[in-house]
Design a protein around this ligand. Structure first.
Ligand SMILES: Nc1ncnc2c1ncn2[C@@H]1O[C@H](COP(=O)(O)OP(=O)(O)OP(=O)(O)O)[C@@H](O)[C@H]1O
Length: 546
């Protein structure tokens, strides 16, 4: 841009001198070509840098999310996470690339103009900068306000996203509760809040231009009035004053671009702050360093004086619990709702860290083992046995993608699933869609058991499904548990008395404490709570209750 007037001037003087114009024309064409090439390269590099920034942000955030401590992870709102990882990272790209580039190029142009203006007349420059400086100070205050408003707008948009995901995840409940209209109004309210904060961002951003314009006009008026007065006294030439005023006009455009870029940058910073906040999620401690192999013959799990209280709760969910389980066998944990059964599993898996006491798994303190080693020793089967989208094989080998055909067959056999999988249309390669493919509740849970068995765990934690299984499924599950209990220890949260009755030992929990231990017959004779729990399911009057 700066060279163009020089070359055109050169062309004019060449024509005036009657000399051949091939050379100046060639220079001008080359200059234009270089300009086009640089402009294209500039845009391309900005685009690539932007994509790299988005990729970096997203991979960092997803990595941090997947390694987050489970309690912190559960506190996240899914809609908000989507917004931060998708929309906010895209906004951050704009802030870190095009608006920064715009501010830098505009900054260079401004420095160039100011340098020439200082050379022409430094006193006029000080007067002009005084007026423009005032406008710039206002623009900077506006930029700060834009950032705050943009943060609010990002939060309002996220709240709408979270609200939408909430109803999408419970569409049946919403309809059955005839809550469509109420939810629609609630969501419209959230969308309205996002609109209001969005308009506030626009209103503040829209003030940039007028602020700079007023500053420019005032400085122009001052420069003309004072400049003309000085030309009359002879301390400034008319030519210098004209040139100065032209440069003042040149200065306006980069100044406006600079502050518009700053406004965009501030909006992007609000987005970056949100991405950073998400990336700051509490991470799961990776555990100790000693990757010792599990001791053969060591007790499967030992609790010694373990207590744990949820941060938000009043009383401990697990209170001074001690017990040891042998390397093999089946132990059932029973107890009223809220007794702390699930929390026991969470402490064994180290999803939560005990406040006091030690949890040993296969002979080692869980706290001293690397998390991957600890969790490799344990197979966890959750109550609702989540199956993932994909084939039966992919589901089975999720924790051990390199599992061999023999290992898969053995796990299916132990889970008493071989015949079920053989009967599927494509066997192991049958796709399990989002809605399942007609596997029964019991079959799904046994599939989850087979998945946990592929890693040959020392301890299988099984949270029995509460839903009623038909008697065939129930028998198959019981057989599977008995088979597995011969190879490792199965610790199962038993919701059905039949499971408890089939266990080698039963632990009765109440209010976070181990209340009694023994076989079904012993506990029926000695423990009131167990007797009550069993009675509810075994007596004809209570038979319908489960
Ligand atoms: N995330 C949590 N935050 C706060 N308190 C919790 C949390 N999870 C569980 N609790 C509380 O801890 C206690 C034990 O809960 P836990 O889930 O271990 O019981 P449970 O015996 O498995 O119950 P259920 O048979 O109903 O599943 C309960 O009082 C429960 O309210």
């Amino acid at each position: 841009m700066l060279l163009q007037p020089v070359l055109i001037g050169h062309l004019i003087s060449t024509v005036a001198a009657g000399e051949p114009i091939t050379r100046p024309i060639t220079y001008i064409v080359l200059l234009f070509a270089a300009d086009a090439l640089l402009a294209a390269t500039h845009l391309y590099l900005i685009g690539v840098a932007g994509e790299n920034i988005v990729l970096d942000l997203r991979t960092t955030v997803t990595g941090r999310l997947l390694h987050a401590a489970l309690p912190a992870f559960h506190r996240l709102e899914h809609g908000d996470v989507f917004n931060r990882t998708l929309a906010d990272t895209s906004l951050a790209r704009m802030a870190l690339t095009s608006s920064v580039a715009q501010m830098i190029t505009a900054g260079f142009s401004m420095i160039g103009c100011i340098a020439v203006m200082a050379w022409l007349d430094w006193r006029l420059l000080l007067a002009a900068l005084g007026c423009l400086g005032g406008a710039s100070a206002i623009a900077l205050l506006l930029a700060k306000a834009v950032r705050a408003a943009a943060t609010q707008n990002r939060e309002d948009t996220s709240a709408y996203g979270s609200g939408l995901l909430r109803v999408l995840g419970a569409a049946t409940t919403v309809k059955a509760s005839r809550a469509e209209q109420r939810e629609a109004e609630h969501l419209a309210g959230l969308a309205g809040a996002a609109r209001r904060s969005g308009i506030r961002v626009t209103r503040l951003s829209a003030l940039f231009l007028p602020a700079i314009n007023v500053g420019t006009q005032v400085s122009l008026a001052v420069v003309i009035a004072w400049g003309v007065a000085r030309t009359t006294t002879g301390s400034l030439t008319a030519a210098d004053l004209t040139a100065f005023i032209m440069y003042l006009f040149y200065l306006v455009s980069p100044l406006v671009l600079f502050f518009l870029g700053l406004g965009e940058f501030q909006q992007g910073r609000a987005a970056i702050d949100r991405v950073k906040e998400l990336a700051g999620i509490e991470q799961e401690p990776t555990g100790g360093a000693a990757a010792t192999p599990a001791v053969t013959g060591a007790p499967a799990v030992v609790f010694t004086g373990v207590s744990y209280r949820y941060p938000e709760a009043g009383r401990p969910a697990v209170d001074d619990v001690s017990f040891a389980l042998p390397p093999t066998g089946v132990t059932a944990v029973v107890g009223p709702s809220g007794a702390g059964k699930t929390t026991l599993f969470q402490l064994i898996e180290r999803f939560r860290t005990p406040d006091t006491g030690v949890v040993q798994v296969s002979g080692d303190d869980g706290a001293g083992l690397p998390l991957t080693e600890l969790r490799g020793r344990i197979g966890l089967v959750e109550q609702d046995a989540p199956l993932m989208r994909g084939t039966v094989r992919e589901n089975l080998t999720y924790a051990h993608p390199a599992a061999t055909g023999d290992e898969i067959a053995a796990a299916l056999r132990d889970a008493h699933l071989t015949e079920v999988v053989d009967a599927l249309p494509n066997g192991l390669d049958t796709e399990l869609g989002e809605g399942g493919i007609g596997l029964s509740g019991g079959q799904k849970q046994r599939l989850a058991i087979a998945r946990a068995l592929i890693g040959r765990p020392r301890l299988l934690l099984l949270d029995e499904a509460t839903s009623n299984l038909d008697s065939d499924s129930e028998q198959a599950l019981r057989d599977a548990v008995a088979t597995i209990g011969r190879r490792c220890h199965v610790l199962t949260i038993a919701h059905r008395m039949s499971t408890a009755m089939g266990a080698d030992e039963i632990i009765v929990m109440e209010d976070g404490r181990v209340r009694a231990r023994g076989t079904h017959a012993e506990l029926m004779a000695t423990d009131e709570v167990y007797g009550r729990l069993a009675g509810r399911q075994l007596t004809p009057a209570g038979a319908a209750a489960p």
